[in-house]
Design a protein around this ligand. Structure first.
Ligand code: ZN
Length: 218
């Protein structure tokens, strides 16, 4: 049975980082709606989606669902499972996912990365990304060897345009309003992981959950 794993947590809780490591270790496909949006924005930098994202608003359910469904149809190997990062974000999206899961004959597991708002804001405002290879750094916890320069490729590090404090606060507000209800929605499929530790420690706990889920299936 295909496992569909959902990472929930406030922006800054490390969903993307954790999902990425898990997908590599377990050979699961990672579907990040953030990445899907950024890709769509490249093709249409002045469209409707660009306006929504730059305002920090939630992308409407219809647009998200269309992107997710299109990706599931076009991109290949889901035999070892799928990890969603940034999806679902609303009850309506969760209902649509339930339908997708039913059609696939899959099973849902949810990992909630728990982190207080204040810590999350501090984490995001320190985030720096390589302008070339997309490697992620954090000030002050994960510094590059040379200030402002990527260790891997030597390109400049930048802040993401949507990582200003005002926009971070807005994203948190949107999270509390639209996404937090999902914790109740998934209460029977949910494990909680403390995300306030350093990423390696968080990962060890997430990994434990994933192994337990895998055993659960056989
Ligand atoms: Zn780089």
């Amino acid at each position: 049975m295909t496992l569909i794993c959902i990472f929930l947590g406030v922006p800054g809780s490390g969903k993307g980082t954790q999902a990425n490591r898990i997908s590599k270790q377990f050979g699961m496909a990672q579907l990040s709606t953030g990445d899907l949006f950024r890709e769509a924005l490249k093709n249409d930098p002045n469209g409707k989606l660009a306006k929504i994202v730059s305002a920090g608003d939630l992308v409407p359910d219809e647009m998200v669902l269309e992107l997710v469904k299109r990706t599931l149809k076009s991109k290949g190997d889901y035999s070892k499972g799928i990890i969603f990062d940034g999806f679902p974000r609303t009850i309506k999206q969760a209902d649509a996912l339930k339908e997708i899961v039913r059609e696939m004959g899959a099973k849902i597991q949810v990992i909630l990365l728990e982190l207080g708002l204040e810590k999350a804001i501090r984490r995001i405002s320190g985030r720096r990304i390589c302008s070339q290879c997309a490697m992620v750094y954090h000030l002050p916890n994960h510094l590059p060897k040379e200030e402002g320069i990527c260790d891997h490729c030597g390109a400049d590090l930048i802040s993401r345009a949507d990582d200003t404090e005002e926009k971070i606060k807005k994203r948190h507000h949107v999270y509390l309003e639209s996404t937090l209800p999902l914790v109740g929605y998934y209460k029977n499929h949910l494990v909680r992981v403390d995300a306030s530790q350093v990423p390696d420690d968080v990962y060890r706990n997430v990994e434990k959950c994933m192994k337990a889920m895998a055993n659960d299936q056989t």
